[in-house]
Design a protein around this ligand. Structure first.
Ligand code: SF4
Length: 322
């Protein structure tokens, strides 16, 4: 990213856990910058660190090392009260809208709460803003008196989105916000997220495993494997001509609607079960080494993250000689 200062930034961020006496890595040396008003998607297989990255970016989780900056301010250095004040600007939309809404609060209370917590309204004054927000996300203002269980999955996700944006945040992390919804509802929610971005000038970090959706919705995609970012660039270019062999594998695993094309894709992809066949990673090596058809002795060392085109970067030794 070049030009203006980023809205949000992760610099040298790592997350380590100790489980049953063994050290494991959630994130390794993550450098990521998000420009204001951008939509940056994060893709990768389950357990690659996508959700951890989203939580650390919002400082819902403390990194083991590195800086997490919002508008240039390192969130990791803030005291709890200072961090609470910054929370209004940074919100999250979760995968499961049922779990993310409080079943005992009415929709009106659910939406008013962020306004009250951040000092933007008192409970009794919040009603007009709640009604306007419900209309904004395609729901009748009258639903404010009802409870989450009275709504469909798509409606609940609209409510969860309304709750995330009612206090007018700048940065929203959406963690698989569509994966619990059926296809027709997914399209409606994508349109809603896009229109909210335009009117509220939102910046999205969009965590997804749905590559066609990412291509449609995001202006930039980062590809993660085993806690590392290994490719970064515009989705059209990254998915059309992947620079990293792992991205190529991910793209080859996307089903296509035409049966003949799908058979050809499966034949070309070979044994796609390799996507779930990762060995315990060696953190000094390329994280894809055990599965990569191009692995070389040098791949025992982690390759640098380098430009492979003016707006694209990848971490793979195949690009070091070019
Ligand atoms: Fe494959 Fe080596 Fe590139 Fe890793 S660095 S993706 S193992 S060629």
């Amino acid at each position: 990213m070049t030009g203006a200062a980023p809205l949000a930034e992760m610099a040298g961020v790592s997350v380590r856990y100790r489980r049953a006496g063994r050290l494991s890595h959630g994130l390794i040396a993550i450098d990521l910058q998000l420009a204001a008003n951008a939509t940056v998607a994060v893709v990768g297989e389950s357990g690659c660190g996508k959700s951890t990255l989203g939580r650390v970016l919002l400082h819902l989780q403390q990194p083991s090392e590195g800086a997490v900056r919002f508008r240039g301010e390192d969130l990791t250095l803030l005291k709890r009260a200072e961090l609470r004040r910054r929370r209004r600007a940074m919100q999250m939309i979760f995968q499961d809208p049922f779990a993310s809404l409080n079943a005992r609060m009415t929709i009106g209370e659910t939406l008013a709460e962020p306004l009250v917590v951040h000092g933007l309204a008192r409970w009794r004054d919040a009603r007009p803003r709640v009604a306007a927000m419900l209309e904004r996300v395609g729901l009748e203002p009258g639903v404010a008196a009802r409870y989450p269980h009275e709504f469909s999955g798509g409606q609940r996700q609209r409510i969860a989105i309304a709750r995330a944006v009612i206090a007018e945040p700048e940065l929203v992390v959406a963690d698989e916000p569509l994966s619990a919804l059926d296809m027709t509802v997914q399209g409606q929610i994508v349109s809603l997220l896009a229109s909210l971005q335009e009117t509220l000038s939102l910046t999205y970090l969009f965590i997804s495993h749905d590559l066609p959706l990412v291509r449609e919705f995001a202006g930039r995609v980062v590809v993660m494997i085993a806690g590392r970012i290994v490719e970064d660039g515009p989705p059209d270019a990254v998915f059309a001509t992947p620079a990293h062999p792992y991205t190529k594998l991910l793209v080859s695993c996307v089903p296509v609607p035409d049966p003949a094309q799908e058979r050809a894709r499966q034949a070309a992809a070979g044994n796609t079960s390799t996507i779930a066949a990762a060995e315990a990673p060696d953190h000094a090596a390329c994280p894809f080494r055990s599965r990569c058809p191009h692995a070389m002795p040098i791949c025992a060392t982690m390759p640098p993250f380098r430009h492979v085109a003016p707006d694209r970067q990848a971490a793979c030794w195949l690009h070091e000689s070019s």
